[in-house]
Design a protein around this ligand. Structure first.
Ligand code: ADP
Length: 271
């Protein structure tokens, strides 16, 4: 909303003379709210799996070994919940690392085709259950300057999401192609699609279209927030086109700059 939050201070100086200072603290308040929401979200996300773990541990008396069937179920659930907490903590660390480092040095040449070849293998193993048809269209030799680890996490998040959020037997197209002076990455799926009111909020931390369903898929709700920050640091922006019931396309472009050689400073000697 467009409401302003103003802070007033009235100072008296001299006889019948006053000075009123008005400060616009709208942005300060908004940041404070974002910080509060973030802490509340993290606590909630960690509390849910912890409650499940605690529940199982409480029924397992140390003196008596639980029955095999119960133990098996408990073991599966506890492992699942521990993995979920681990994924959340990992992603929180990634996000805070990316946010903290503001200065980007584009001196790393990123071999995107090689990176995408690895991600294709990972995607195929993740795809075993869903049996999607996944197509990779990668332009050979199309490399860029950027930060390898960060870009890998951006590519990987978008590919993984397409696999997760497309019903079994879907069609996913991943492409990395030159377009004029840019390289364009896109992931297209024919999944459920996303309604416009959700699209604009997807890159917010912990925002999920369907809380219950996406939590069940093992998502942390941080993937697209990470992608957004990685792209911001590479002077790029995530584009999302989605049509409910037809599918979504997530894409971004990166400039094709020649790799800069490390320069040795030239010394000018004045005589
Ligand atoms: P998560 O860890 O929950 O997957 P993300 O930040 O990666 O978190 O994504 C946020 C939400 O956006 C997801 O929970 C899901 O509802 C929605 N979403 C992301 N990618 C897709 C997609 N390809 N198709 C449909 N919905 C998607």
């Amino acid at each position: 909303n467009d409401e302003l939050t103003l802070e007033y201070r009235v100072l008296s100086y001299g006889h019948n003379q006053y000075l009123m200072i008005v400060r616009d603290i709208t942005q300060l308040k908004q940041l404070e709210q974002i910080r509060k929401d973030f802490v509340a979200n993290v606590s909630h996300e960690l509390r849910t799996p912890l409650t499940v773990l605690q529940g199982y541990l409480e029924v397992m008396e140390p003196e008596q070994l639980p029955q095999a069937a119960i133990w098996q179920k408990a073991h599966t659930v506890m492992l699942e919940q521990t993995k979920r907490m681990d994924a959340l903590v990992q992603q929180l660390l990634t996000l805070s690392r990316i946010e903290a480092a503001t200065k980007v040095q584009f001196d790393e040449k990123v071999d995107v085709p090689a990176m995408l070849a690895m991600l294709e293998q990972e995607a195929q193993s993740l795809n075993r259950e869903k049996q999607h048809q996944i197509e990779f269209l990668i332009e050979a030799g199309l490399c860029i300057n950027g930060i390898t680890d960060e870009l890998r996490s951006a590519f990987s998040n978008l590919i993984t999401n397409a696999i997760k959020y497309t019903p079994p037997g879907g069609h996913i197209k991943v492409s990395w192609q030159r377009q004029h002076h840019k390289a364009v990455f896109s992931v297209q799926d024919n999944g459920d699609g996303i309604a416009p009111q959700h699209v604009k909020r997807l890159t917010e931390r912990f925002y999920r279209v369907d809380q219950a369903r996406t939590r069940a898929t093992g998502g942390t709700g941080l993937g697209l927030a990470i992608v957004k920050h990685v792209l911001q640091r590479h002077n790029s922006k995530l584009m999302i086109f989605s049509e409910p019931k037809h599918g979504s396309t997530f894409s971004f472009s990166l400039p094709l700059e020649p790799v800069r050689e490390a320069k040795t400073p030239k010394l000018k000697i004045k005589t």
